[in-house]
Design a protein around this ligand. Structure first.
Ligand SMILES: Cc1cc2nc3c(=O)[nH]c(=O)nc-3n(C[C@H](O)[C@H](O)[C@H](O)COP(=O)(O)O)c2cc1C
Length: 295
């Protein structure tokens, strides 16, 4: 088994250390996976002037399409204020040709200075929100803030995507080409000669297929419960009627004894069901037949 090095949550947040590794940033990024970079455009509620910050975005729900922003209450105070006051923004995705532009939107400029101008990016009207979109970005999502909450150092903003535009020319690009172009991801940090943090961005390089049914869903995006799964495997000839019944019996036995943690019957049903699921997950059909034949 691989030897594990354990750090507490506090150690991870404070950038983990290890004897023999001098670079302060060398371990931290293992614990913090890449997150998609965005340019968040808002309007000042008092002056109406444009503000833009570089941020990272996380998914919330797919239907409706909602996403979440985490905005530092001090370091990103302009965006924080504008999002609370106006409850809307544009989330634009920059490309790998726009690393400097992205970084410029990280600069701490005075309230009222339009970072898009400083970054040589062009504000264009959005369709359904007042904050502008960015012409040079291939994708602009127009968002309404539906809910927000202060959480430790940040404001967390739950945003509903109410519309979005994409550069037409990219619609015909192969997907790998798109993914190698944008979005960029905040990936890791190094340090500069004064000990300051230098952030690095990256893009995706390769696409991998995941296994198909019965390891993935047969229809739609969700496989449903185990009953549906077993029925579908029978329908598609992966299980005979008898085999499907046997698997269902194990499931029913396990479920009916779920709270009886000391029951040997529970342990047996759980073990048999786990093994059946494992053999299906690895598509080892001969082994599955044999397992389902046993008592
Ligand atoms: C790629 C990238 C991602 C960033 N992500 C965030 C983020 O998610 N939240 C945040 O508060 N700041 C983030 N920052 C830093 C902000 O861009 C920075 O604090 C900015 O000056 C805030 O601008 P504002 O004060 O105009 O709102 C990020 C910077 C970069 C370069």
């Amino acid at each position: 088994m691989a030897k594990k090095v354990w750090y507490s949550g506090e150690e991870i947040a404070a950038w983990p250390r290890r004897d023999g590794i001098e670079e302060r940033t060398h371990i931290h990024f293992h614990f913090v996976p890449p997150r998609p970079a965005d340019l968040c455009v808002t309007l000042d509620p008092v002056t109406g002037e444009v503000n833009a910050m570089a941020g990272t975005v996380g998914p919330l729900t797919w239907s409706p399409y909602t996403i979440c922003l985490h905005v530092h209450r001090v370091a990103s105070d302009d965006s924080y204020r504008n999002l609370i006051a106006n409850r809307e923004c544009v989330i634009a995705f920059p490309t790998k040709e726009q690393i400097r532009e992205t970084w410029v939107l990280n600069m701490s400029l005075p309230r009222g200075i339009d970072e898009l101008e400083v970054a040589r990016l062009t504000a264009i009207p959005s369709k359904v929100v007042a904050a502008p979109s960015i012409e040079e970005c291939p994708v602009n999502l127009e968002c309404k803030v539906e809910f927000w909450k202060d959480y430790y150092t940040h404001g967390i903003f739950f945003c509903k995507v109410v519309g979005g535009s994409v550069d037409e020319e990219m619609l015909s690009w192969p997907r790998e080409r798109v993914m190698n172009h944008y979005p960029t991801y905040e990936v890791d940090d190094t340090t500069n000669e004064w000990g300051g943090r230098v952030e690095r961005l990256g893009v995706l390089g390769e696409l991998y297929d995941t296994p198909l049914f019965p390891v993935g869903a047969k229809e739609g995006w969700w496989a449903g419960g185990i009953e549906t799964w077993i029925a579908q495997m029978e329908e598609e000839g992966h299980l005979s009627g008898e085999e499907a019944r046997k698997m269902s019996d194990w499931q029913i036995a396990f479920e009916s004894l779920f709270e009886e943690l000391d029951s040997p019957e529970r342990a047996e049903a759980r073990g048999k069901l786990t093994r059946a699921c494992e053999l299906i997950a690895w598509e080892e059909w001969e082994g599955l037949r044999e397992h389902l034949r046993g008592d």
